[in-house]
Design a protein around this ligand. Sequence first.
Ligand SMILES: Cc1cc2nc3c(=O)[nH]c(=O)nc-3n(C[C@H](O)[C@H](O)[C@H](O)COP(=O)(O)O)c2cc1C
Length: 177
Amino acid sequence: MAKIVVGIGGGIAAYKVATVVSKLVQANHDLHIAMTHGAEHFVGHSTFTALCNRPPVCSTYDPRFPLGAHIELADGADLLVIAPATARILASCAGGSADDLLATLYLSCKCPVLLAPAMSSPMWDKPAVQRNAKQLRADGVHFVGPESGWLSCRKMGTGRMSEPEALLAEVQTLLPS
Ligand SMILES: Cc1cc2nc3c(=O)[nH]c(=O)nc-3n(C[C@H](O)[C@H](O)[C@H](O)COP(=O)(O)O)c2cc1C
């Protein structure tokens, strides 16, 4: 059983993360969810509370974690998955700015990190976003996607978050054997 922390960013693709989390729970892993305030616009606490049997963490200052949620979630984690990884999350992580729970968690984790970016294709193509992705790859962060296909902005292009099956396959390769 691995401790897997799943960070959810504020994008439409957040709904796909419920499937990923459910499958990992069924595989007997210990799942912890951290959500950005953006993510709270797209998916509900109740879904993840039920799937994981514990409420998601949405604030660095959550009183359940006296040492800081970023510290306690990172402690003993085998894998941090951030999906969807928004342009904002890529920028914060690439820049090392601990400006919210997920970015602070990213800095606090010693375990492998898997990012599943999702955004519109103009956003993904933007040099600033590409620079951040390149920096994160150079920092040893693992990526899955984004894929090309139908985007929620009703256009075809690159920026679609990978499907749950692809995320799960990548998670499998990163978990300790
Ligand atoms: C309908 C809608 C869909 C969005 N989808 C995305 C997305 O897929 N990727 C992204 O980077 N930002 C997306 N955004 C913008 C983010 O929600 C916004 O940049 C937010 O500040 C991200 O915050 P977070 O990274 O803390 O979750 C979307 C916004 C709206 C209103």
